[in-house]
Design a binder for this molecule. Structure first.
Ligand code: HEM
Length: 506
């Protein structure tokens, strides 16, 4: 109760200050249609993430794009048309994120995802070469090894069950595999999440997105001080944060000491041997930058934490939705298995090479179609701070507005994807993409602030799915209606009830 009263007080103050400071902007943005609001509480207080998903869809249908939604004292203009997001995302100004990112900043600080202006430009320029495909290919052995662990764990599970096939929820298996991959590639450290899922670091990471998402949609948790000191969830959250920061700091120290010991700290050229090159983690590139004075220790930690956050739940979500769709579409699954077998041959012990994965064009179409229907990052925000944005049809978004971009609604637009609810990977065969609006498919966002890790993500998704399809056949037990009804929307699109499949060994 006391939290609610405090929230009402602060919200009232913010509301009054805002209206007095930006009277013109308030008038300009109020011309957009939207659902009715309750003073201070806004449009709605969602009781769960599922409500948010459904509400955004419902209102987009009722009020069109864009529509105005209020959450507590702040408001959001939600945009869901490719033609309208283009002018927002493609410019080199208006690169600031929205208010929801504040909640992930407690972990990530001002890393690449959350930084703005010159700080962001500087970081992006420095980090872009690190995601070059030649460097990413050196991570393929890690992706392969961890995928093999995943296959072994699932195989054991399948063998241990009774004669009749029992459905298995793939999500915890895939999430831990993705966590192992991102940890080893970004920090050079094996955390063995797949075999030791209860370590405090792994638990902290697994809980983080859930808590951050909860806070973004529950205004009475918005004050860090009140949340972290006066609620059990907040205290636990603070403890997890300390563990996570401590873990990354320790790895940085160990890695720096090891670099110094083997003399790597004094060289900035190509590593001496292939073996040393293959052992490099993203952190090593950051430590080289630190040595040149481009990053401080804290900035190295912020970037590594950003890769950890952006780089595991997202790929796990992509793989989980893909498996679900393959398990609903046996013909497509069979075609995929034929493609993989024809490229890799009958020997199931070899790991796929980068060239072989590159040859798997149908797998790529399937992953893209899955990302279209279930984008792992379904929603992003921008704050218009530099100049108003003209989104066409005489509509101008004024400075000061926070814009929510529903990637999910953009990608289910029947004008660009006929029968948008149908899983049809052929939409991504090269000739079928000709003439499509460049922003109609944007799972990695678009424009200068698009995902820096998209090649990494595609390589990882392809590798894990290739291992899974080579060894198992899936049959999904849940239908579309249930899955669509229970997906949760915010930082990452999750199947909240899991992806339940019957697995058969091939
Ligand atoms: C399927 C997997 C992935 C999807 C769908 C995805 C999607 C996205 C999206 C939509 C954004 C824009 C966010 C925004 O504007 O607020 C983004 C940004 C970013 N992503 Fe990813 N991502 C994925 C995997 C990864 C991986 C594996 C990494 C790193 C290893 C990564 C690192 C980043 C970073 C650092 C940013 C911030 C870029 C910037 O602002 O300059 N992502 N991602």
């Amino acid at each position: 109760m006391i939290q609610l009263l405090l929230f009402a007080f602060f919200a009232g103050c913010i509301y009054v200050c805002y209206r007095l400071t930006f009277p013109k902007q308030w008038r300009e943005v109020k011309v957009f249609p939207g659902p009715p609001t309750v003073p201070l509480l806004g449009t709605m207080i969602p009781s769960s993430q599922l409500d948010v998903t459904k509400k955004v869809e419902e209102w987009s249908r009722a009020y069109g794009s864009p529509f105005l939604a209020k959450l507590g004292p702040s408001y959001l203009l939600i945009v869901s048309k490719a033609e309208q997001i283009e002018p927002i995302l493609k410019g080199t100004t208006n690169l600031a994120k929205g208010g929801s990112y504040r909640f992930v900043e407690r972990w990530l600080g001002k890393g690449l995802l959350t930084s703005t202006n010159e700080r962001w430009r500087h970081q992006r320029k420095l980090l872009t070469p690190t995601f070059h495909y030649k460097i990413l290919h050196d991570f393929l052995h890690i992706m392969n090894e961890q995928s093999a662990v995943l296959v072994d764990r699932l195989r054991e599970r399948v063998k241990s069950q009774a004669a009749e096939l029992q459905p298995i929820d793939l999500c915890p298996y895939v999430t831990l595999c993705a966590l192992d991959i991102i940890c080893e590639t970004s920090m050079g450290k094996r955390i063995n999440a797949q075999s030791e899922p209860s370590s405090p670091y792994v638990q902290g990471i697994l809980e983080f997105t859930e808590v951050a998402t909860y806070r973004a949609t529950h205004p009475w948790t918005w004050s860090d001080y009140i949340f972290e000191n006066f609620s059990a969830m907040g205290r636990r959250f603070r403890q997890s944060l300390n563990t996570m920061h401590q873990f990354t700091n320790d790895v940085i120290k160990d890695r720096e000491a090891a670099r110094e010991a083997n003399g790597a700290a004094s060289k900035d050229d190509e590593p001496a041997t292939e073996e040393i090159r293959k052992k490099r983690a993203l952190m090593d590139f950051l430590l080289e930058m630190k040595q040149k004075g481009d990053f401080s220790s804290q900035e190295v930690r912020e970037q590594v934490d950003t890769f950890m956050f952006e780089g595991h739940d997202t790929t796990a979500s992509g793989i989980e939705w893909s498996c679900y769709l393959f398990g609903r579409n046996p013909d497509i699954q069979l075609r995929l298995q034929e493609e993989i077998d024809s490229i890799l041959g009958p020997d199931r012990s070899d790991f796929p090479t980068a060239d072989q994965l590159n040859e798997m064009k149908y797998l790529e179409c399937c992953i893209k179609e899955s990302q279209r229907m279930y984008p792992p990052v379904p929603y992003i925000e921008r704050t218009i701070i530099d100049e108003p944005v003209d989104i066409g049809d005489g509509r101008i978004i004024p400075v000061g507005t926070t814009v929510g971009i529903s990637i999910q609604m953009v990608q289910r637009d029947a004008n660009h994807f006929p029968e948008p609810d149908k899983f049809d990977p052929d939409r991504f065969i090269a000739e079928n993409c000709v003439g499509r609006h460049p922003f109609a498919f944007c799972p990695f966002s678009a424009g200068p602030r698009n995902c820096i890790g998209q090649k990494f993500a595609m390589l990882e998704e392809k590798t894990i799915l290739c291992h899974l399809l080579r060894n198992f056949t899936f049959e999904s037990v849940d239908d579309e209606a249930l899955m669509e009804d229970t997906m949760s929307y915010m930082f990452v699109l999750r199947p909240t009830k899991g992806v339940w499949v019957k697995l058969t060994l091939r």
